[in-house]
Design a protein around this ligand. Structure first.
Ligand code: NI
Length: 168
């Protein structure tokens, strides 16, 4: 396992649409292991492969609390098959937009399907933090960042702030 560099805005690769994974094999599991280690090191609760410069439809996540045992989760080729009409606001952040947080409104509940670490097909319902996180990460697969849901002014402010942070 290795810690990889996390790309930050306005890196052009973050705008790429990620391509589907053909097969969940050891090479892909090695990528997922690296992603998880990178996410824990950051630290963060979710990471899409494109954030380390690999535009494949792969996400890792761990929503366990600070004092709970780690609970890593892996999502390959995730798809949202249903989303609730009711929405919920949540203050989001992103490892690719460090130290910037703002509220985004998304469907409160979704149903998703994906392949897990073993390559098995899984269907699952998500609400609360899980629903927020999976929708945020799945946006990355389309080249969309949470700041793209904000006003242009706020988005420009966020990018300016990150540029300043990177230079410092
Ligand atoms: Ni993100």
């Amino acid at each position: 396992m290795a810690i990889r560099e996390i790309l930050v805005v306005p890196h052009p690769v973050l705008k790429q649409v990620s391509t589907p994974v053909d097969v969940v094999d050891d090479a892909l599991r090695a990528l997922m292991d690296d992603m998880l280690e990178t996410m824990y090191d950051a630290p963060g609760i979710g990471l899409a492969a494109v954030q380390i410069g690999v535009p494949k439809r792969v996400i890792v996540m761990d929503l366990s609390g600070k004092d709970e045992p780690r609970a890593p989760r892996y999502f390959v080729n995730p798809e949202i098959v249903w989303a609730s009409d009711d929405t919920a606001p949540y203050e989001e952040g992103c490892l690719s937009v460090p130290e910037y947080y703002d509220e985004v409104e998304r469907p409160a509940r979704v149903k998703l399907k994906y392949l897990n670490y073993q390559g098995e097909a899984v269907e699952e319902d998500a609400d609360g933090m899980f629903a927020v996180c999976i929708q945020h990460e799945m946006d990355h697969l389309e080249g969309v960042l949470f700041i793209d849901h904000l006003s242009r002014l706020k988005r420009e402010q966020a990018i300016k702030k990150v540029k300043k942070l990177v230079r410092a």
